[in-house]
Design a protein around this ligand. Structure first.
Ligand code: HEC
Ligand code: HEC
Length: 201
């Protein structure tokens, strides 16, 4: 009986491998390129580059389309062993199917919060601001991918700082309701929020 179960299990595994092969093969060339900047399986090793592992499919697809159309500003970045490029140029070369397949790939990877030192007092103050203004859409302290609003908890500080700048200056457009919450922030709140997300695991 045991042996039968084993064989059955192996057959299912074999079938799954065969079925998933074409998808994996077409996506891997693309994701190898993404990993050069975003880190292995989308877990970034660089403060300027966001981790994208474990983001929802919808978030990645929407973001890539924003970069493609130029709606979201993109910074040039040069990985250690590769050419300088930016997300606008990169996503322009991708078809909708490419975007769907890379989004599916990264949504299945595991987000790993990046351990960084942080100012505990500021983070504590940031938690209060977050609960009041941001938790509604960035639930679980910004760790819930199902909100389709990126993952903030455990993201790199350098990347977060840059995005807060772009959002505050209006260069990066965000949902209207979020922009309204930003208008309510007081001096120093952004710094507190960043320390909170950096420290939230
Ligand atoms: C040359 C380096 C580079 C490559 C290659 C690259 N990226 Fe990026 N990516 C970045 C940088 C830097 C940022 C953040 C700054 C910005 O917005 O320009 C970013 C941002 C993103 C974001 C937004 C994350 C967030 O938190 O909002 C997504 C999604 C993303 N990249 C997906 C991809 C995918 C998928 C690929 C492969 C098709 C890819 N990137 C290839 C450098 C790169
Ligand atoms: C009404 C819902 C909503 C509220 C409230 C909200 N956000 Fe967002 N936020 C979103 C969505 C959706 C996205 C992703 C879509 C986009 O960039 O257009 C996002 C994206 C972000 C990003 C960019 C993340 C990345 O990696 O690209 C940051 C940073 C952020 N929010 C911070 C905050 C902070 C801080 C607050 C509270 C002051 C807040 N948000 C309130 C919905 C919200």
């Amino acid at each position: 009986m045991k042996q039968n179960k084993l064989h059955f299990g192996a057959a299912i595994l074999g079938l799954a491998a065969v079925l998933s092969l074409p998808v994996a093969a077409s996506a891997s060339d693309l994701t190898d390129k993404c990993d050069k900047c975003h880190g292995k399986n989308g877990v970034s090793e660089d403060d300027k580059v966001p981790s994208i592992a474990g983001f929802s499919k919808v978030t990645i697809e929407d973001t890539m389309l924003q970069y493609k159309s130029g709606d979201r500003p993109a910074d040039d970045y040069k990985p250690k062993d590769g050419e300088s490029d930016n997300m606008h140029e990169i996503s322009e070369k991708l078809s909708e199917d490419d975007i769907k397949s890379v989004a599916a790939h990264y949504s299945k990877q595991k987000f790993v919060p990046r351990e960084q030192s942080f100012d505990a007092a500021l983070a504590k103050a940031g938690a209060k601001v977050h609960d009041k203004q941001c938790e509604k859409c960035h639930s679980d302290n910004g760790a819930n991918a199902k909100d389709d609003a990126a993952i903030l908890a455990g993201q790199w500080r350098g990347y977060l700082k840059r995005q807060f700048e772009l959002i505050a200056s209006g260069e990066r457009e965000v949902p209207k309701k979020m922009a309204k919450k930003f208008e309510k922030l007081k001096d120093g709140d952004v710094e507190k929020l960043i320390e909170f997300y950096v420290g939230a695991q």
